[in-house]
Write a protein that binds this ligand. Sequence first.
Ligand code: PMP
Length: 441
Amino acid sequence: MANCDLTQSQLDAHWMPFSSNREFKKDPRLLVSAEGHYYTDADGRKIFDGLSGLWNCGAGHARPEIVEAVSQQVKQLDYIPAFQYGHPKSFQLAERITDLMPDDLNRVFFTGSGSEAVETALKMARAYWRKKGQGTKTRFIGRAKGYHGVNFGGISVGGIGPNRVLYGQGIDAVHLPHTMLPDNKFVQGMPDDGAHLADYLEELLAVSDASNVAGVIVEPMAGSIGVIPPPKGYLKRLRELCDKHNLLLIFDEVITGFGRMGSYSGAEEFGVTPDLMVVAKQITNGVVPMGGVIAKQEIYDTFMDNGGKDYMIELPHGYTYSAHPLACAAGLASLDILEKDQLIPRVKQISPKFEEILHSLKGSRHVTDIRNYGLAGGITLESAPGEPALRPYQVAMKCWEKGFYVRYGGDTLQLGMPFTVETDEIDSVINAIGESLNEVD
Ligand code: PMP
């Protein structure tokens, strides 16, 4: 047991999310402080943060500017009713965000998390069509291996079986195939081959009919499943098909938004603008929970047309913690840091080094594929018989023993370097993974 004074009953009391509670509580991995690229655990060991928290602390931990902004905010204005009243920072943050996104995306709806933002986008899409007199357009098209949070809409459009199997009926959704073609193994960055997989949308529409479909939701680069960069031309093709068939295109940029790929968004990076963009995580550098949906003005305007009844609520939707003052203060300070420290160009500049070092694991024991884009990397491991998730878990635990936090999920290991990572830190974490791969059966 780590050196801390938690009692067994305290440990038992917390039902931990997305965790093996039994495994964790036998020998807890407790983190007690964080600064820069490192956590400190309850035994006082420094642990390198190889996933920037959960892809959300790219600017590093305990940034004084964010600490200061949040402390000031809590003293000045801790909370306001999120409905029918406002505070200045939410409007300032919304404008800052829209300035960073492609031109057409210029209205921000704030939520408290990525999952809430996904649900918001799905509800907006359905309501938009209803407002336009096309209320039959309710079905969604997601993609196999997609991750869109954990609420009912999100797991329905998501394409990860284990996240759905316990929960029964969700919302109406069908799925495009994922883009991990066998021939694309070990491709660095975007694969050349695979744009044609977008055409499968037409086959789905042949069955569903576009008159029943509200929209298509994808992550521009899938993250949580183990990093799947889009094939060249794939997103552009999806955009064309959505236009052709009158479907909204929703990008879930919860991981790709605000710097991870060396740009402010996947939309910018890949030159394809969706109708709705879902963001979260990096907006506040992970300090205060926040998510949001960034909508095209035409969608916003469709709701604003309410027959001259100004007292009417246009979209009956929102959260107690939408645009929370602390989150907005953290968001403004985080965006300042991205700009002031030039972190987006920094990610672009260091990414090729990350790519090179990450791919040096090719040929290592158990490794069957490696993928990367920007400062995100995924490593697929050959399954132990009948146990796809076992080896990644074992490797991640070996890394933890060596002082590195690396995420494991399904049959993959995942890396999301801090935006200010140095080459020697990339070397160390990749070495730790290489050694750990040799240490597990
Ligand atoms: N969408 C994507 C693409 C994500 O990666 C995540 C979180 N990993 C979510 C949605 C859900 O965000 P949250 O955990 O903040 O609800």
